[in-house]
Design a protein around this ligand. Structure first.
Ligand code: COA
Length: 137
């Protein structure tokens, strides 16, 4: 992903979510690209961005004593969904982790997003042995 991809990435995000408000995603991605942190990928369809996947690497994590990669967001242009782009983005991300010597990848999925669960299962993800707890502060 390059800074010049950000408009296309946020346009895909807006089309997926149906939201018209300015997303926080663009600001965060711009900072990640400037700082060269994380792993930010786009699917390039002859110069047009067809989808994106963004991940982070945590130096340590609950229950882990080694680096763990988190997939923070994935999105494929609704016009191009179901054609294998999401799978290729996920596989490219996992390939990048292997190259970096990172041995574990995680993500969070809303409990009612069955489509995302199926997508991540197709990439070899399985339910983790932990639950998320939260409260408002
Ligand atoms: C989930 C998503 C990334 C999948 O990308 P895609 O390019 O459409 O998926 P692919 O064609 O590569 O399919 C990969 C696998 O996921 C499965 N899959 C994809 N979409 C699915 C759906 N809606 N329901 C069930 N399974 C699905 C496919 O069956 C396939 O499995 P297989 O390899 O065993 O055949 C894409 O549909 C998407 O962007 N969804 C919205 C995600 C979202 O809400 N992001 C947050 C806001 S940006």
């Amino acid at each position: 992903m390059r800074a010049s991809d950000l408009a296309a990435v946020t346009s895909i995000e807006r089309r997926i979510t149906g939201s018209k408000r300015v997303s926080a995603l663009r600001t965060h991605l711009a900072a990640m690209l400037r700082g060269r942190t994380g792993i930010c990928l786009v699917a390039d369809l002859d110069g047009v961005v067809g989808g994106f996947l963004v991940g982070d690497v945590a130096p340590w994590e609950f229950g882990e004593d080694r680096q763990v990669a988190w997939i923070k967001v994935v999105g494929v242009d609704p016009h191009h969904q179901g054609a294998g782009l999401g799978k290729r983005l996920g596989q490219a991300f996992l390939g990048e982790l292997r190259r970096k010597g990172i041995r574990r990848a995680k993500t969070l999925v809303a409990w009612n997003s069955g489509d995302l669960v199926t997508y991540f299962q197709s990439l070899g993800f399985d339910r983790a042995d932990a639950i998320v707890l939260e409260r408002s502060v």
